[in-house]
Design a protein around this ligand. Sequence first.
Ligand code: NAD
Length: 411
Amino acid sequence: MSSTSDYQSICVMGLGYIGLPTASLLATKGFKVTGVDVSQKVVDTINRGEIHIVEPDLDILVKSAVHSGNLSASLEPVEADVFIIAVPTPFKDGGPDHISGKKPDLSYIEAATKKIAPFVKPGNLVILESTSPVGTTDEVVATILKSEGHKVGEEVYVAHCPERVLPGRILIELVENDRVVGGINEASTKVTVNFYERFVRGAVLATTAKTAEMVKLTENSSRDVQIAFANELSMICETESIDTWEVIELANRHPRVNILQPGPGVGGHCIAVDPWFIVDRSPDCSNLIRTARQVNDAKPNWVVERVKKCAGKFKEPKIACLGLAFKADVDDLRESPAFDIVKQLEAGNVGELLICEPNIREHSDFPLVAVNVAVKRADIVVLLVDHKEFCGLKAIDLSEKVVVDTRGVLK
Ligand SMILES: NC(=O)c1ccc[n+]([C@@H]2O[C@H](COP(=O)([O-])OP(=O)(O)OC[C@H]3O[C@@H](n4cnc5c(N)ncnc54)[C@H](O)[C@@H]3O)[C@@H](O)[C@H]2O)c1
């Protein structure tokens, strides 16, 4: 096996939005990479040099990585110098007595660690990249490896290196972003920093595993709290019949104020999930973080109530719902507040829904309508996502319509 400064073979556990770009990037940098996934379909797709997720330029990278012979996918791990774990970390039901009802689900990390344990050898490095509650690298990954007989920290190095890439820019940010690396001991940190410095152009910043875990959760909780402030403000301004966006624009002219923009809620599988990992572990000192989550989770219901109120003024209301995705200019509907709002309007029989989502061709639950058709026919226009296609609507005369603009782009 190669020395720790010359690791050559990598086994990546989980080939999703994080694992596949990472595996293919490393393969094109000359590492011999085996990507492992539990899905046969994912494995077969990648081995054909194709991709199963949408991300700019990933198709080209995967094709070239597979054709070079440096990337192959498999259902089973293989021996390697470095193991990277990039499996999901969702939450699960914590039961009625739990502080938030939401507990981190670490079963994917446990399963992936148990799976690699028989293939790990002295000198190897195991990196947890999945976003994880504080303590997971030590208490789950290192503990499982120890229980399988490995001399963790002495012969097998273990570290956390959280991902902070933005979907749509993953291939750029994987290389350009600064990375935070925290080992379970100093030797693990040192070896992991050396490894990332071989392919990351951003700074590789050394710390402990627990701090690295907390840094990632802090980044997303900070965004969540700031968005909650803007969302709460939008509800307060509505009761006062004041334009929230004007308030924010004017307040932001203060040299030390920077309020974010409100919206229909917070979606996606990071910001809406990760703060709960802090609340679960530190329930007594996380009131603000928990409340921010609750404010953001409550915003879709508030939007639904506003639309219902508007619809009550019409005999047979026609409602244009603009956007289903969880944020602007993406096709990702996972955990989307816009989708939730449309579902609630449908379930409540609030009116005839004219649903537009320019980033997807069709949806199994709803027929999709072109934006100009929907707006023309609608009595009420509900803007849910600030897709570029909707921002141009300002030019169209909406004076005859009732407008519920959750993103402030139709002003
Ligand atoms: N997607 C993002 O933008 C992003 C950004 C930063 C951090 N993260 C974090 O990275 C981690 C992975 O996220 P993702 O978006 O890549 O998830 P994903 O759902 O896109 O991919 C995860 C993959 O892991 C596979 N998998 C599940 N269990 C497995 C196992 N035991 N062994 C091997 N493969 C297994 C799944 O089949 C899936 O293909 C999560 O912790 C997430 O919070 C994601």
